[in-house]
Design a protein around this ligand. Structure first.
Ligand code: APR
Ligand code: ZN
Length: 357
């Protein structure tokens, strides 16, 4: 089976022929049809991360179930599915409290992928830059027959993380002012989440003019090119001098996390969506935290509960209430995976998607 493998941090991905084990108990073997290209994959490729190479990237996938392991009842061969990433055991402290996105159960250690004697890790329990993947059936949500798989794949990460940050984590209310810093595949979904929530002002911030134009198409009301000066001051100018009711950081950079906090009004809510480097810290004036009464909240995976939220996003798409096709700027074959990341780094795509025949 063909898969893209990272053998060494910061090296190019290499297309390899890997052996895929039979699905273990609780797993389903899924033929991958589409896999979105997310910056989180690139973080693991480029930064020191908790996932050691070799691994297969890709965690935003949809496909078709081919076989199931022992005990799997929620999906059957032939089902078209979208997969959440990570682990949601259903039993731990957090899963029991309805916060499966914080699941404390370690990632499985049994070997699913090999090249010869070498075990290869599927990134984030998915590893969908591959023709097939054995996926934890608890992460799978069956799609209706009329839901195309390419836009469905984006629900697995970017859509869920971005819209979930607005709807589920921050609970933005109608009429609110919202600032979004970083307008990639995730940030554009924060913008459309703010539209869904009925935000009045949606202020979109990026360094790339094409991203600002995309944000306008997704519903941003004001655009700030961060190359032209301090975006915090610009956000304040656009919000009566006070700052936005809600500000979202969707890059993963301590400097822009601080900007999001500073761009939030007194009593408002700053939301950290981006994944910063492991050892990074953010500098925020300490007494200001008390005086301004702001809330600074982390948003892990849009606070998603896949069985509830994924069907909701499918329905919103089918009724024309959210844009998914418009997020897909370019399609790539698996052996163009390195080019797909390069296009993301150059700021040329909202989302690139790896498609398999
Ligand atoms: N100011 C404003 N915008 C910036 C800045 C900056 N200093 N630095 C980067 N950007 C913009 C980029 O131009 C790009 O449009 O942030 C955007 C990031 O988008 P993508 O690279 O497409 O990343 P995405 O997949 O959306 O992920 C964003 O969310 O889930 C996390 O791990 C993910 O940390 C990553 C973040
Ligand atoms: Zn992602």
């Amino acid at each position: 089976m063909k898969a893209a493998v990272l053998w060494e941090r910061r090296a190019p991905l290499v297309i390899e022929d890997l052996d895929l084990a039979d699905p273990a108990p609780g797993e389903a073997r899924v033929r991958i049809v589409a896999s979105g290209v997310c910056h989180s994959d690139l973080h693991h490729i480029q930064r020191e991360s908790w996932v050691a190479p070799p691994f297969v990237p890709g965690h935003e996938a949809a496909g078709v179930v081919e076989a199931v392991g022992e005990g799997v009842t929620r999906v059957r061969p032939g089902d078209r599915v979208v997969s959440a990433f990570g682990v949601r055991c259903g039993e731990c402290f957090f899963c029991q409290r309805g916060q499966p996105y914080l699941c404390a159960t370690p990632y499985p250690t049994h070997v699913r992928l090999r090249r010869g004697d070498q075990a290869v890790t599927p990134l984030l329990n998915v590893g969908s830059f591959a023709e097939r993947a054995n996926l934890d059936a608890r992460n799978l949500v069956v799609l209706p027959d009329d839901m195309p798989l390419e836009p469905a794949a984006l629900i697995a990460c970017g859509v869920t993380t971005g819209i979930g940050a607005v709807i589920t984590t921050a609970r933005v209310e109608p009429g609110a002012s919202v600032a979004v810093i970083g307008l990639g595949g995730v940030g554009l979904n924060v913008v459309q989440g703010a539209v869904l929530a009925g935000a009045a002002r949606i202020i979109a911030v990026d360094l790339v003019p094409y991203k600002l134009e995309l944000a306008r198409e997704f519903g941003a009301t004001h655009l700030i090119d961060a190359r032209e000066g301090d975006p915090v001051e610009r956000v304040k100018q656009l919000t009566g001098g006070w700052g936005a009711d809600y500000a979202f950081e969707v890059i993963g950079n301590p400097a822009t996390i601080a900007q999001a906090y500073e761009a939030t009004r007194k009593g408002g809510v700053a939301v950290v969506v981006g994944v910063a480097p492991e050892e990074a810290t953010v500098a925020i004036n300490a007494v200001g935290m008390m005086r301004t009464g702001k809330t600074l909240v982390g948003c892990n995976y849009g606070s998603v509960r896949p069985a509830i939220d994924f069907p909701r996003y499918v329905d919103l798409y089918r009724h024309g209430r959210i844009k998914l096709d418009e997020l897909i700027s370019r399609r790539f074959a698996l052996d163009e995976a390195n080019e797909a990341f390069a296009a993301m780094e150059r700021g040329e795509v909202a989302r690139g998607v790896i498609v398999f025949e």
